[in-house]
Design a protein around this ligand. Structure first.
Ligand code: A2P
Length: 275
């Protein structure tokens, strides 16, 4: 059976734990800390892994006989030869209290089956796609925005990202800024992606929860666009549990029907939290 050293605890001899069955052991290739609450990292991609852009995987650390696994949306597109993730850091979190300490060369465990509802195949074609996210909920959209299939299905994409403070918005701002120069999809994305940011706990150019900004109409007037309409639009939603519930309710109040791979329709909600 394969074993990998556990993460280094300063001065301690690395312990050896067996890699559980049906789990990939991958290597960290980069780590970037955005704030004391958010960081992103990239790992090597198992050759046999296939996933749809927007799906999530279960990841863990090789630091226990029975490691803790948590759902992480893959933030890189399905064609990328590495896997990217965008993570929160929870001081007492069973996984992220340790995960936030990873360094290049460390081992990440990943269960072998990707899954998820935030995939373009769960939506019927339309003119505009609205990606509504808060915090690390932007991750599946980072994947979808770098996938040519998204641009084949929709003409215009609006990415709404709300965070507590300005520094938490940087990941998404850099992502969108890099799209136009992307060698693979740069030509497709030109002029078709609009980023809509707001903060809720730090002063910024635009403040407020996305639910309030949509409900008041400010979202539409700021962007100079027509209101959400199931005839022309599709919606994808990803964020905290309460956010999912509230944005889903708001979307349904506009007459949108929830879709799935079996029955594609007008909006989809991340199911990693809501089960
Ligand atoms: P707020 O600061 O008013 O709680 P978090 O990092 O806690 O997941 O929050 C990310 C962003 O999501 C914050 O700006 C937060 O606003 C916002 N948020 C939290 N709950 C909801 C909700 N039910 N509907 C819309 N936005 C929400």
């Amino acid at each position: 059976m394969n074993t990998v050293p556990s993460l280094n605890i300063a001065g301690a001899q690395p312990l050896q734990f067996p890699i559980p069955a049906n789990v990939y052991a991958q290597t960290v290739v980069s780590v970037r800390h955005y704030t004391d609450r958010l960081f992103s990292f990239r790992i090597t991609r198992p050759q046999s892994l296939r996933f749809r852009s927007g799906e999530f995987v279960m990841i863990g650390l090789p630091n226990a006989e029975k490691p803790v696994f948590r759902a992480y949306s893959v933030a890189s597109p399905s064609w990328d030869d590495e896997l990217e993730f965008f993570s929160i850091k929870v001081p007492e979190g069973p996984l992220t209290s340790e995960l936030q300490k990873i360094e290049i060369g460390d081992t990440i465990l990943m269960r072998q089956k990707p899954t998820g509802t935030l995939v373009v195949d769960a939506l019927t074609p339309a003119k505009r796609l609205f990606m509504i996210s808060t915090g690390t909920g932007i991750a599946p959209f980072a994947s979808l925005l770098r996938d040519p299939d998204t641009y084949e299905k929709f003409d215009q994409i609006v990415l709404a990202h709300t965070c507590r403070d300005n520094a938490e918005l940087v990941y998404g701002q850099e992502l969108v800024a890099a799209l136009e120069n992307d060698p693979l999809i740069g030509e497709l994305t030109g002029g078709r992606v609009t980023l809509y940011n707001s903060t809720t706990r730090e002063q910024s150019a635009r403040m407020g929860r996305i639910t309030a900004l949509i409900a008041s109409g400010k979202f539409y007037s700021d962007l100079n666009i027509e209101p959400l309409n199931p005839q022309t639009d599709r919606v994808m939603i990803c964020g905290s549990m309460h956010m999912l519930r509230d944005v889903k309710e708001l979307t349904e109040s506009h007459g949108f029907k929830e879709g799935s791979l079996a029955n594609p329709a007008e909006f989809v909600v991340e199911r990693a939290f809501v089960g």
